[in-house]
Design a binder for this molecule. Structure first.
Ligand SMILES: [Mg+2]
Length: 201
């Protein structure tokens, strides 16, 4: 169980790197989910289901309200991931079934003229390490393997799939002094939508 093997969380990170972050990269399995995958078959085709956390989803939206780009880099090709990313309005989703995350992440950064030291990445397992070793703010979820915990500068208290991304989003925005503004923007957008009879939350 994650809580028996994980090391005590390190809860502080330097305000300097937090202010520099322009983009947050997220792994999927074990970060946006608890790592479990339901694999089945229906109507002769394979079905794969993952469980995502709604509070994490709002955390992603808050990061964007705080002016931070959010991208997904997964080492597993999954329709569930593509669907969840679309729900959250995340345009950049890289799914590489050989889990070569560093080249994919580097291409995204280069396209947007963002340096590695201006990026954070949240990971949980060995395929994330090449990216975590390069970014300015490497983050591990509580359930990460020891090798990932070792390279992380920030470790969440909550495990992947259970609010870890929301926790990190809040910690990062608070460290930049951007939390209250992001929350106000988020709520204003929803209030505005309600007044014009529009969008769902
Ligand atoms: Mg993972």
């Amino acid at each position: 169980m994650w809580f028996m093997t994980a090391r005590p969380p390190r809860l502080t990170f330097e305000p300097i790197p937090s202010r520099r972050v322009r983009l947050v990269g997220l792994d999927v399995d074990g970060v946006l989910t608890d790592g479990g995958v339901y694999v089945g078959e229906g109507a002769g085709a394979g079905i794969e289901l993952k469980r995502f956390d709604i509070q994490d989803g709002i955390g992603v939206r808050l990061l964007r309200h705080g002016g931070i780009r959010v991208v997904i880099v997964s080492g597993r090709v999954s329709g569930a991931t593509a669907r969840r990313a679309a729900e959250l309005g995340i345009d950049d989703v890289v799914q590489d079934d050989a889990a070569r995350k560093l080249p994919a992440f580097a291409r995204l950064l280069a396209r947007d003229h963002i340096r590695f030291d201006e990026a954070a990445f949240v990971g949980d397992d060995l395929p994330d390490i090449p990216v975590l070793e390069r970014v300015g703010l490497p983050v591990a979820v509580r359930n990460a393997v020891p090798e990932v915990l070792d390279v992380a500068q920030y470790v969440t208290t909550r495990p992947g799939g259970h609010g870890a991304v929301r926790e990190f989003a809040e910690a990062l925005l608070r460290a930049r002094g951007a939390w209250d503004g992001a929350v106000a923007d988020y709520l204003a957008e929803r209030g505005e939508a309600a007044r014009v009879g529009g969008a769902h939350a």
